[in-house]
Design a protein. Structure first.
Length: 129
C-alpha cells in the first residue's frame, strides 16, 4: 500500500514502464529490483505555493544530458483538463481490467454512462463486487 502513496515509486514506475496501471501496485511489480534501483535515484522537491497540482520533472542522464518538462494540470484530471469521452472510457477499462472481466466492465461502463436512467444503483455495485 505504501507504493500507492510513494511519489518516488510512481515516478520510477512511469519512467520504466511507460505508464501507470493498477497492477503496478501489486507485489510482483513493487518488488521488482529494477524499480527499487530506480526509486533510489528519484529526488522529490515541492514547488512554491500557488501551484498545488502542478508538476515539474528534470531528468539527468548518466552522460550528463538533462531533460525537463512541466505541467500545470495533470492530464488525468478530467475536471480541470478536458479528457474526451473515449479517453475516460479507455481509462475506466484499463483500471477495471485488474478486477473485472471484459463483459462485466462493459456492463458497468454502460450503466454508468446512463446513470440517470438506472433504477437501482445496487446493480452496478453487484457487478463490481
Amino acid at each position: 500500500m505504501s507504493a500507492a502513496y510513494s511519489m518516488a515509486y510512481t515516478v520510477a514506475d512511469v519512467l520504466l514502464r511507460k505508464e501507470i496501471r493498477p497492477e503496478h501496485f501489486h507485489d510482483e511489480f513493487i518488488r521488482d529490483p529494477k524499480i527499487h534501483a530506480f526509486t533510489e535515484k528519484v529526488r522529490i522537491t515541492f514547488l512554491p505555493e500557488g501551484r498545488p497540482i502542478a508538476a515539474e520533472m528534470k531528468l539527468r542522464m548518466k552522460d550528463g544530458r538533462e531533460f525537463s518538462t512541466s505541467v500545470d494540470v495533470p492530464s488525468i484530471d478530467p475536471f480541470r483538463k478536458g479528457l474526451t469521452k473515449r479517453e475516460i472510457r479507455d481509462k475506466f477499462r484499463r483500471n477495471a481490467a485488474c478486477r473485472l472481466s471484459k463483459e462485466k466492465t462493459e456492463k458497468v461502463l454502460n450503466l454508468l454512462e446512463r446513470l440517470e436512467e438506472v433504477e437501482d444503483v445496487n446493480n452496478i455495485i453487484d457487478l463490481i463486487g
